[in-house]
Design a binder for this molecule. Structure first.
Ligand code: AGP
Length: 614
């Protein structure tokens, strides 16, 4: 999951490229590089292992100048992070330069064939092959110009790619192609961009074209030319994105993650806006393209996702089964199609993805489409592949989420799932009018309750200080809150590198209880709901083995105060909506522990924001 950016225009390309890469660094940050071409056609390349800051150091030491160029920030798939494996990569002549996001599965086969023709390779990457294939295409006397040679190489590649290339022999020309990972083309005032994601170009233009799969674009000073795989020119109209550059900034917060935690009241509010008529309490999900007839006719729902989005799916199961009385399966996207699931017109498959570009989730969607006429996406990125391939989408309006650890997208997904459950319950007649109104009132109250809780996080900061040195954590929850235990554990794992597990509390006795001793903090989610007493008993079992208990609840409780080592109180809401508030202290606890351990909160090691390869 790398970040790609290309620029042609009057501005200093090095500045535009490096700034673009800074805004894409959440996509991969183990090495980076840029290449620019000057007026004489001379190509200058600078690469560095490590963060973008390391590349900037190299550029300050060896400045480079040019008229246009391309840049890349990497998340290694083939070849360890190093200067030589960093992109851009060149062909044998050094005149063709390529950057790539994705995986060329048949690169070894292609490499061997090229080596037989005398090509020599200097990196361990799959991408370097593409540069040599273009060189070979240009050399083989076909008389192809650079864009044509580039286009003719693509069918030889098996796998997925977002590719951008330039050639010293094709002045002022950038070419790009997409098959899988995202690429957007930015249309500015006499300047043109190509990038993996909108934040990279947002401070230059809001007018973008989302490239389709098997589409190619040639960028020149007079504008972009879009072509299909056969070279036929296709007309693409730009669309204006609703985000402004400021939303992609830290806004005075130390980290994007902390900013995004504090943006959750607005994100939930924006995800609700215009979707519930407070008069009739009818749920309006226009972009979902779901008819009440279809919602009545379906007999099963399956929700498919990865990571944090999968945790949202688990909460969605509770909401849909409770309000719409329909059986719901929840699948890891990477498992879904390989288990040969029963897909037919009676199934409503729902795909949740913040980025809308997660390869496993897209593959599961494509599989479901072979049997299900209606497919629903829940997504945060307009124009992303999921929103273009599903028959309908419920957009979460969380705004750009830059921190790799998902927070505001998660609670916005829970909001979207609550809206879907209400809609299905209303359509299937399983939801009494009063219960529907009560749920909608409580949902509308959530943003204010979030603001109230987020107003002062000093208590959580203190808890983080006390617990930062522990090496293992256990998170427990019951019912609709068990997925939040999983999510709390994931947040701590992914940004502080502490081993943490989430478990249904009732399951603890069947194994994890063996882990408990005075060195294991246990975060117990115990709102005053119908299983509160059960949670109290589980907390007793932990205390009986000298475990440390941090209880999170929504009302004072003498029993809890007596039994737990620390009690965190969140505002009270309906049982089914408690996950939206319970997530907040867990996100903050993970954030402050990671901060105290000196971890790179926004760009945790080995992770990337959008996983665009399987
Ligand atoms: C969550 O904090 C992680 N970044 C990761 O688990 C993420 O949720 C997962 O990769 C799914 O991403 P998506 O929602 O963009 O599909």
């Amino acid at each position: 999951m790398c970040g790609i950016v290309g620029y042609i225009g009057p501005k200093d390309p090095v500045e535009v490229l490096v700034e673009g890469l800074r805004r894409l660094e959440y996509r991969g940050y183990d090495s980076a590089g840029v290449a620019v071409v000057d007026d004489e056609g001379a190509i200058a390349i600078r690469r560095a292992p490590g963060k973008l800051a390391d590349l900037e150091k190299v550029i300050r030491a060896q400045p480079l100048e040019g008229r246009y160029g391309l840049g890349h920030t990497r998340w290694a798939t083939h070849g360890r992070p190093s200067e030589e494996n960093a992109h851009p990569h060149v062909d044998g002549s050094g005149r063709v330069v390529v950057i790539h996001n994705g995986i060329i599965e048949n690169y070894l086969e292609l490499k061997r064939a090229l080596e037989k023709k005398g090509h020599r390779f200097v990196t361990q990457t799959d991408t370097e092959i593409v540069a040599h294939l273009i060189e070979e295409q240009l050399k083989n006397g076909s008389g192809d110009d650079f864009p044509t040679a580039f286009r003719k190489v693509l069918p030889q590649l098996r796998g997925i790619y977002a590719l951008v290339a330039l050639s010293a022999d094709a002045p002022e020309t950038l070419v790009a192609a997409r098959l899988g990972p995202p690429l957007v083309v930015g249309i500015g005032e006499d300047e043109y961009f190509v990038a993996s994601d909108i934040p990279a170009i947002l401070n230059h233009t809001k007018d973008v074209v989302f490239m389709e799969d098997n589409e190619i674009v040639v960028l020149r000073p007079d504008g972009p030319t879009f072509m299909d795989a056969d070279g036929n020119v296709v007309v693409r109209e730009p669309q204006r994105v609703p985000w402004d550059p400021i939303t992609a900034e830290k806004g005075g917060y130390k980290h994007f993650m902390l900013k995004e935690i504090h943006e959750q009241p607005r994100a939930v509010r924006d995800t609700l806006i215009g979707r519930v008529s407070l008069e009739s309490s009818e749920i309006l999900l226009d972009e979902a393209n779901l008819t009440d007839e279809h919602l009545k006719a379906v007999e099963r729902v399956c929700i498919v996702a990865c990571g944090t989005s999968w945790h949202a799916a688990l909460v969605g199961k509770f909401m849909l089964e409770r309000l719409a009385r329909i059986p719901v399966e929840v699948d890891y996207a990477s498992e879904f199609r390989y288990r040969d699931p029963l897909i037919d017109e009676k199934l409503l498959p729902v795909f949740i993805s913040q980025s809308g570009e997660t390869a496993d989730t897209l593959a599961a969607l494509r599989y479901a489409k072979t049997g299900c006429p209606v497919t629903l996406g829940i997504c945060n990125v307009q124009g992303s592949m999921l929103t273009r391939e599903a028959t309908g989408t419920i957009y979460t309006h969380a705004g750009p989420e830059i921190g790799v650890a998902s927070t505001k997208a998660f609670t916005s997904q829970l909001t979207a799932l609550a809206l879907l459950a209400l809609k299905m319950g209303q359509a299937r007649g399983t939801l009494p009018e009063e219960e529907s109104r009560e749920m909608i009132r409580a949902l509308y109250h959530i943003p204010a309750q979030m603001e109230q809780y987020l107003d002062d996080d000093s208590e959580i900061q203190a808890l983080a200080k006390v617990h930062q040195q522990y090496t293992d954590f256990l998170y427990l929850g019951r019912g609709v809150n068990y997925p939040i235990a999983l999510e709390g554990a994931l947040k701590l794992k992914e940004i502080s590198y502490i081993h943490a597990e989430g478990y249904p509390a009732g399951e603890m006795k069947h194994g994890p209880i063996a882990l408990i001793d005075e060195e294991l903090p246990v975060v117990a989610l115990a709102p005053r709901d119908r299983v509160f007493e059960k949670m109290l008993a589980n907390i007793e079992e932990v205390k009986a083995r000298s475990g440390i208990v941090i209880a999170v609840t929504d009302a004072e409780s003498e029993d809890l105060t007596e039994k737990a080592d620390a009690v965190v109180i969140i505002p009270r809401t309906l049982d089914l909506l408690a996950p939206l508030l319970l997530a907040l202290p867990l996100q903050l606890l993970a954030y402050y522990i990671a901060l105290l351990r000196g971890c790179d909160v926004d760009q945790p090691r080995n992770l990337a924001k959008s996983v665009t390869v399987e």
